[in-house]
Design a protein around this ligand. Structure first.
Ligand SMILES: C[S@@+](CC[C@H](N)C(=O)[O-])C[C@H]1O[C@@H](n2cnc3c(N)ncnc32)[C@H](O)[C@@H]1O
Length: 258
C-alpha cells in the first residue's frame, strides 16, 4: 500500500487563498451538459464539485485517501443528484476505469507531481485509453521563471518564507514554503510546505508536506505531449486569455493524434 504523504496536511488544503482562478475556465471546456468528465488528481474536489453541475457525470481520482475523504464529505453536504459524481482513490499513472470520457482534466499542476519518466508515460497511456472519440484532455503546469540550468542557483533557498496565514479554529493557520533541494539534471524541485497552527501566539501543531514538482518549459511541455502521439488543439498562458509562454501557467488541450 502507498503511503499518503497528504494524510496530515489534507485538512489544511482548502484554506489556501492562492488557488488559480481556473474553475470557470474548465467549466467552459465541458463540451455539453451530456459530457462525461474525468478529473485526475481531484484532491478535495475544489474543481470537481463546481463542474459537477454542468456535466452528466464526473469521476475524480486521487492518490490520497485523506484528500478523497474530504472530497466525499463535501459531496455528502452538496445537493448534487445521486450518481452525478464518483470519486475513487487511485494512481493516475496506472488506472483502468473501463469507461471513456469527453473531457479529461488535471487542474492545479497535478502533472508536476509525477517525478519519473515512467510515471509520466503511464499517465499519458491512461489518458489515451480513457479519451472518448473526439474527446480532449487539458493539462497544466506552472511556467518556471528561470531556465533549466538555473534551478539550483535561483530556486533553492536556505530561508523559509511565509506564504499565507488565515484565521483557523479560533486561532491562526500559517503556511510557509521551504526550498531545500532540486534535481537539476531531471528538472525536479522538492519544495516543502510547512503548516503551523496557533492558538493566540502559541504553536499547537506543525505539519510538513514534502512535495515533488517536476518542471516543464513551454517547448518541453508541448513536445512531451506530442511525443505521446497527441495533437495539441489549444494552448494558453493562464486562465484569462494569456498567450502561451507569456503568463504564469502553461495549459495545453490535446486530442488523440490523427
Ligand atoms: C495540487 S493538488 C490539486 C488538487 C485539485 N486538482 C485542485 O485543483 O485543487 C495535487 C493533487 O494531485 C494528487 N496526486 C499527485 N500524484 C498523484 C497520482 N500519482 N495519482 C493520483 N493523484 C495524484 C495529490 O494527491 C493531490 O491531491
Amino acid at each position: 500500500m502507498q503511503i499518503d504523504i497528504r494524510s496530515a496536511a489534507a485538512r489544511f488544503y482548502d484554506f489556501s487563498p492562492g488557488f488559480p482562478p481556473d474553475v470557470p475556465f474548465y467549466q467552459a471546456l465541458i463540451p455539453s451538459p451530456r459530457a462525461a468528465v474525468l478529473e485526475l488528481g481531484c484532491g478535495t474536489g475544489r474543481v470537481t464539485l463546481p463542474l459537477a453541475a454542468h456535466c452528466r457525470f464526473i469521476h475524480g481520482i486521487d492518490l490520497s485517501p485523506a484528500m478523497i475523504q474530504l472530497c466525499r464529505d463535501k459531496l455528502a453536504q452538496s445537493h448534487l443528484p445521486a450518481g452525478r459524481v464518483a470519486v475513487t482513490v487511485g494512481d493516475i499513472t496506472d488506472f483502468h476505469l473501463g469507461q471513456q470520457f469527453d473531457l479529461i482534466i488535471a487542474p492545479f499542476r497535478v502533472l508536476q507531481n509525477l517525478e519519473t519518466d515512467a510515471q509520466v508515460d503511464g499517465l499519458f497511456r491512461c489518458i489515451g485509453m480513457h479519451l472518448a472519440p473526439g474527446g480532449t484532455c487539458v493539462l497544466n503546469v506552472f511556467k518556471p521563471f528561470m531556465g533549466p540550468d538555473e534551478l539550483q542557483t535561483r530556486w533553492v533557498s536556505p530561508e523559509e518564507r511565509l506564504e499565507w496565514e488565515t484565521p483557523f479554529a479560533g486561532g491562526k493557520l500559517a503556511c510557509y514554503d521551504r526550498r531545500p533541494r532540486v534535481d537539476e539534471q531531471r528538472g525536479v524541485l522538492y519544495p516543502e510546505l510547512v503548516y503551523r497552527r496557533y492558538a493566540g501566539s502559541t504553536l499547537q501543531e506543525e505539519v510538513v508536506l514534502h512535495l515533488v514538482m517536476r518542471c516543464y518549459w513551454p517547448e518541453t511541455f508541448a513536445s512531451r505531449v506530442a511525443a505521446h502521439g497527441f495533437q495539441i488543439v489549444n494552448r494558453w498562458g493562464g486562465y484569462k486569455g494569456e498567450r502561451y509562454g507569456e503568463g504564469s501557467e502553461l495549459v495545453l488541450q490535446f486530442q488523440a493524434g490523427g
